[in-house]
Ligand binder design. Structure first.
Ligand code: NAD
Length: 482
């Protein structure tokens, strides 16, 4: 694709130009070089996509669920056949390494596989003789038009958490992907088109806040699935709810990793390192605060420091790279401000890695802070970069208290050999996704992705059976035959 290429929307089964000349650059984070330009679609573009989805809805809803599931199996085949292309696209526009990108594409395909089980998962319930001669049936029916609004950090996986499940339940779908990673979404739309969905079942509208706001207010959009940062999630949740829509809004995070003195450090340190610095820390499940229960602090910080200093930061497509760039120059500047704030606030820089110069891409040298006070901003706010803060505490009780003070509640993990301590932690921690001796406790697509507290707005989560409930409404039919 030529760098000057202006991406198109996919509406009603056709590729169309957005009705605006306003566009944003899409640079490669590893080099800063221009990859393409993405249109800033407006209300008229959203109107066209929603109208196409609305027109397609009655026909698609009437396609038997097993046939809808077969379309997903066809999509799965396309995704498998093009997985190298998808991985390369994620590496190029997001800056993940190939291994990270491959893992994320695999997780997306798993969501498609789970969606294809809809002939079973969509089943309702039946009860004979609720009173003499009267039976009751519960069925699940689609909502209508669902819009999915996605973040930059998983360009393929997160759209695949949404569209396949919404579609298989009989809804039609409009995807508004992140304007920072529009190329993978474009490729995804091409594969959806090849899988034989009817025109208008799946639509793609590029753009940023204006396109989102048009979707939130549109009377023909019945539900919104959103994943992104906390302030946007709150805006999306409150605005869409005020317009009478069903909403799920997955938000930001600040995940705590508790390390007990009995932890197996040989195995725990690599897990912590990969949780905090993998994907440059741009993961909603990234470990961001290590809570070291003394006396593990000194040996743990010594090992983590050595590991951080030896992390190889560089272009996402280089084989030696462990930590790629962050997504944009302005995001890099924001992460550097957090690092400066940590230093100014009195946290100790235990280790700082090295990185290529800013002229070569959006690189941040990884930083490990020690002796961070839990109330410091770097221990409370989402940084979304290769920065890890160590807080030292005297007991497991205090460690749980520190973690539970966070306004976020996405994930938390414990590293220990003590089953009783792990059980106590899992019971008391105020986070929805809990790890024991692993740093990224991501649920497989058959389970819900359950953020708590400020990490989630709504009640039905993404993926798993929650998603089937989110993308359908229940109807209870009570029957008597004379
Ligand atoms: P973001 O909030 O900047 O953008 C997300 C989406 O919202 C994009 O499509 C964007 O175009 C749109 N958007 C941005 N600002 C908007 C505004 N003012 N009004 C309307 N729409 C707007 O998020 P991001 O930087 O792309 O993604 C990173 C964030 O997503 C992090 O905070 C991360 O924790 C979070 N995230 C959460 C989960 C989860 O499961 N909880 C998963 C992945 C990412």
């Amino acid at each position: 694709m030529a760098a000057e290429t202006l991406l198109e929307n996919y509406v009603g089964g056709a590729w169309v130009r957005a009705g605006t000349s306003d566009s944003l650059d899409v640079p490669d984070p590893s080099t800063g070089r221009l990859l393409a330009r993405v249109p800033r679609s407006g209300a008229a573009d959203v109107e066209a996509a929603v109208a196409a989805a609305r027109r397609a809805f009655p026909g698609w809803r009437d396609v038997p669920v097993a046939e809808r599931a077969r379309r997903l199996l066809a999509l799965r085949e396309r995704l498998e056949a093009h997985s190298d292309e998808l991985v390369a696209s994620v590496v190029r526009e997001n800056g993940k390494t190939a291994d990270e990108a491959r893992g994320s594409v695999r997780r997306g395909i798993e969501a498609v596989e789970f969606a294809a089980a809809a002939p079973t998962t969509m089943q309702g319930a039946f009860l004979e003789d609720v009173s003499p001669g009267v039976d009751t049936t519960l069925v699940r029916q689609p909502l209508g038009v669902v819009a999915g609004i996605t973040p930059f950090n998983f360009p393929v996986m997160i759209p695949l958490w949404m569209a396949p499940l919404a579609l298989v339940c009989g809804n039609t779908f409009v995807l508004k992907p992140s304007e920072r990673v529009p190329l993978s979404a474009t490729l995804l739309a091409r594969l959806v088109a090849e899988a034989g969905f009817p025109p208008g079942a799946f639509n793609l509208v590029h753009g940023d806040a204006a396109a989102v706001d048009a979707l939130l207010a549109h009377p023909d959009v019945d539900a919104i699935s959103f994943v992104g940062s906390a302030p946007t999630a709150r805006h999306v949740y409150t605005t869409a709810a005020a317009h009478g829509k069903r909403v799920q809004a997955l938000a930001g995070a600040k995940n705590h990793l508790i390390v007990l003195p009995d932890a197996d450090l040989d195995r725990s340190v690599p897990a912590i390192l990969s949780s905090a610095f993998g994907q440059s820390g741009e993961r909603c499940l990234a470990g961001s605060v290590v809570v070291a229960v003394e006396p593990v602090g000194d040996p743990l910080v010594a090992r983590l420091s050595a590991a951080v200093r030896s992390l190889s930061v560089g272009p996402a497509d280089a084989a030696a790279t462990a930590v790629g760039p962050v997504i944009r120059a302005d995001h890099r500047a924001r992460v550097l401000r957090w690092i400066a704030e940590g230093e100014a606030g009195g946290a100790t820089v235990a280790a700082r890695g090295s990185a290529p110069p800013a002229s070569e891409g959006f690189y941040v040298a990884p930083v490990l802070f020690d002796r961070v006070r839990p109330e410091m901003a770097i221990a409370q706010e989402e940084i979304f970069g290769p920065v890890l803060a160590v807080v030292r505490v005297p007991s497991l009780d205090e460690a749980i208290r520190v973690a539970n003070r966070s306004r976020f509640g996405n994930a938390a993990a414990i590293f220990t050999r003590d089953g009783k301590a792990a059980r106590e932690f899992a019971r008391r921690i105020e986070a929805g996704m809990v790890g024991v001796n692993l740093g990224v406790p991501a649920p497989a697509a058959y389970f819900p992705f359950v953020g708590w507290k400020g990490s989630f707005y709504g009640d039905l989560h993404a993926t798993g059976r929650d998603a089937i409930d989110f993308y359908t409404r229940k109807k209870v039919v009570t029957t008597r035959w004379f």
